[in-house]
Ligand binder design. Structure first.
Ligand code: TMP
Length: 206
């Protein structure tokens, strides 16, 4: 394994998409080989699973099914895209990974982090080398969500769910203090991008 696996985590509207775009631009300018991908998705099979999970018509989906589908898409994405890229020496930037399942399904949906680890453990051969958690208070994030056009099944959840996801992430940060760095995401987005890029470049140059 020659590359580095770097993931971004956070609740809805935490700014991950913009941050990742800015980071990729910097890596490109520095001619550092990277790929950028996302969960659930990143490859055809996993994007199909994503569509099923996030479809607003699938209100009957059980919490367990949801957790298993996220795990299934993760395994396919890892084997088909992430591991080959790491083997080829790329930096892999991934929008969400296992920590999302721990915070959303394990904590906010009350399935328990232990159960999430169990179902993922079945085929999970890799944890990220570095994870940046964009720490945005749920009320700040929800104000941003009101201005967003697209809606999916998870956007329809109430404020309590988003608060629980946030609490879940704080628990996940405690579980993996050596891997996860918290970034203050409540400030101006340009500044958040700069903090994230600095952390990633420091890590790559270690
Ligand atoms: P996105 O909005 O960052 O593209 O992510 C899609 C949604 O999927 C988001 O609401 C978080 C959710 N999610 C989980 O609940 N569990 C997971 O394991 C992953 C990867 C995402």
């Amino acid at each position: 394994m020659k590359g580095l696996f770097i993931t971004f985590e956070g609740g809805e509207c935490s700014g991950k998409t913009t941050i990742i775009q800015q980071l990729c631009k910097t890596l490109e300018e520095m001619q550092i080989p990277y790929i950028s991908t996302r969960e659930p998705g990143g490859i055809d099979i996993a994007e199909q699973i994503r569509n099923i999970i996030l479809d607003v018509n699938n209100q009957k989906m059980t919490e367990e099914t949801e957790a298993l589908l996220y795990a299934a898409s993760r395994m396919q994405h890892l084997k088909e895209k992430v591991i080959p890229a790491l083997d080829a020496g790329y930096i892999v930037i991934c929008d969400r990974f296992l920590d999302s399942s721990l915070a959303y399904q394990g904590y906010a949906r009350h399935l328990g982090m232990e159960s999430i680890l169990q179902i993922n453990h079945f085929a999970l051969s890799h944890l990220p080398d570095l994870t940046l958690f964009i720490d945005v208070k749920p009320d700040v994030a929800l104000k941003r969500l009101e201005n967003r056009q697209k809606t999916d099944r998870l956007d329809l959840e109430n404020i309590q769910f988003h608060n629980d996801v946030y609490q879940g992430y704080l628990e996940v940060c405690k579980l993996y203090p050596d891997r996860i760095i918290k970034i203050d995401g409540n400030v101006d987005l340009d500044l958040v991008c700069k903090h994230c890029i600095d952390k990633v470049l420091d890590f790559i140059k270690r």
